[in-house]
Design a protein around this ligand. Structure first.
Ligand SMILES: Cc1cc2nc3c(=O)[nH]c(=O)nc-3n(C[C@H](O)[C@H](O)[C@H](O)COP(=O)(O)OP(=O)(O)OC[C@H]3O[C@@H](n4cnc5c(N)ncnc54)[C@H](O)[C@@H]3O)c2cc1C
Length: 384
């Protein structure tokens, strides 16, 4: 039996990321965080010190300034070795590009650079009890008050609800639409509650944040009033493609382990791999994982060259999530009783990747986004 060759090109960066992963024991730590959820500050800081947070982020902003396909290959490798947790940590600066593109010099220096160094954690507060997928329907408000604003509303489902040091909060500003603000989480009027434990990605410790009469200076605003969603368009495209790379990496790990296992495990007098009922689904996984990666890589290369690939990014995340979940499900099935147990990594990988169908745009909403390319319609809203 020879293992299928991965379509993801090895590089000096992926070797460096792999070395950091084994020095910091990220695979073991990921398992521990599932059992005892907390924000992994020590590892976040250690990744920052190694300049591994914000792989694509410009060097001037504290990142590595890598080309998108190189960053994606490194994230795929990290997810392959240790699951979604640390690959998503590496992506944190990517979720806060409004700070570099619209933040003040102080916000870039004090917050964004500290984020790329793993010294501060910035949340994103979009979803509300009454509006998630349809982010244009947000009801949190930021009322003008002299030179500044007063923020009122409730944000729900938020990752790092009680752990973030600051958050980018999306609110309606008078008649102009949705505007983003950087809000310190220790400001008077901010009340944070941890939610019920999640199916997976438990280290994110999601919950609810209430803003009651929170006073913000005008300098807290990121970009023009009403400009939040336009400003986010490029970030969403990048993050969806990079998340797709992560999910494919996790699915690939379960696939490789299963190929090896079914080649060695005998039942009914021959290896499981000799049963077409076992081999055929795995062969289809192989094709889907390889072609999924090639699709992501091509979309990233086109994005790097300046093309609009928002529709492809939406499709890539949707397809990568489904591809990875199916491959991991096959891993659970073909490892039999052990596959269903937390003694093997597949069940945790399944729980972690399952969030991909909801967070950063639910799967159906991604299809809606992609459909806008084929059948153009006015866009409204963003999904967190
Ligand atoms: C692990 C995780 C981390 C998250 N982190 C954050 C965070 O940090 N900050 C934040 O703001 N939010 C966060 N979220 C919330 C997430 O962004 C929202 O849950 C998501 O946008 C969906 O919004 P909703 O929950 O209100 O679902 P709803 O909008 O009520 O939709 C429910 C479901 O209906 C379906 N649906 C919705 N619209 C359509 C449509 N037009 N066509 C067909 N089907 C549709 C989808 O299946 C969707 O999942 C996180 C969620 C998860 C799971």
């Amino acid at each position: 039996m020879s293992r299928p060759v991965s379509p993801v090109p090895p590089s000096s960066l992926s070797r460096e990321v792999a070395a950091a992963g084994s020095e910091l024991h990220l695979a073991e730590r990921g398992r521990e965080l599932d059992r005892t959820p907390e924000f992994p500050r020590r590892e976040f800081r250690a990744l920052g010190e190694r300049h591994l947070l914000g792989l694509r982020t410009a060097i001037g902003h504290g990142g590595r300034g890598l080309a998108l396909p190189d960053a994606a290959a490194a994230l795929h490798g990290l997810a392959y070795a240790s699951g979604t947790t640390f690959a998503k940590l590496v992506l944190q600066p990517e979720f806060c590009s409004l700070l570099t593109e619209h933040g003040s010099a102080e916000q870039r220096r004090e917050t964004f650079r500290a984020l790329t160094e793993g010294r501060t954690l910035v949340g994103n507060h979009i979803t509300e009890p009454g509006a998630g997928s349809d982010a244009g329907a947000l009801s949190t408000t930021a009322r003008r008050d002299g030179e500044g604003y007063i923020l009122d509303g409730t944000k729900s489902e938020a990752a790092f609800a009680v752990d973030a040091d600051s958050a980018i909060v999306y609110a309606q500003t008078e008649a102009s639409g949705v505007t983003a603000f950087l809000v310190p989480q220790d400001a008077p009027g901010v009340d944070r509650t941890l939610g019920a434990p999640d199916l997976g990605e438990r280290w994110m410790r999601r919950g609810t944040v209430r803003y009651s009469g929170v006073r913000l200076p005008a300098s807290a605003r990121l970009g023009p009033e009403g400009g939040a969603f336009a400003a986010l368009k490029d970030e969403l495209t990048r993050e969806r493609l990079l998340l797709a790379a992560i999910y494919l990496g996790v699915g690939r790990a379960s696939f490789d382990e299963t190929v090896e296992y079914v080649g060695a495990r005998a039942a009914f007098g021959r290896p499981l791999s000799a049963q077409q009922g076992v081999a055929f689904p795995l062969l289809e996984d192989w094709g889907r994982l390889d072609s999924g990666w090639l699709y992501v890589e091509r979309a990233l290369a086109r994005l790097q060259a300046g093309d609009d690939v928002a529709a492809e990014a939406a499709l890539a995340k949707r397809m990568a999530t489904d591809t990875a979940l199916l491959a991991i499900d096959h891993a659970i099935q073909f490892h039999g009783g052990r596959g269903y147990s937390s003694g093997l990594p597949h069940e945790r990988r399944y729980r972690d990747v399952r969030s991909g169908g909801i967070a950063h745009g639910p799967s159906e909403v991604l299809l809606r986004t992609a459909g806008g390319r084929l059948w153009p319609r006015p866009e409204r809203g963003r999904s967190g």
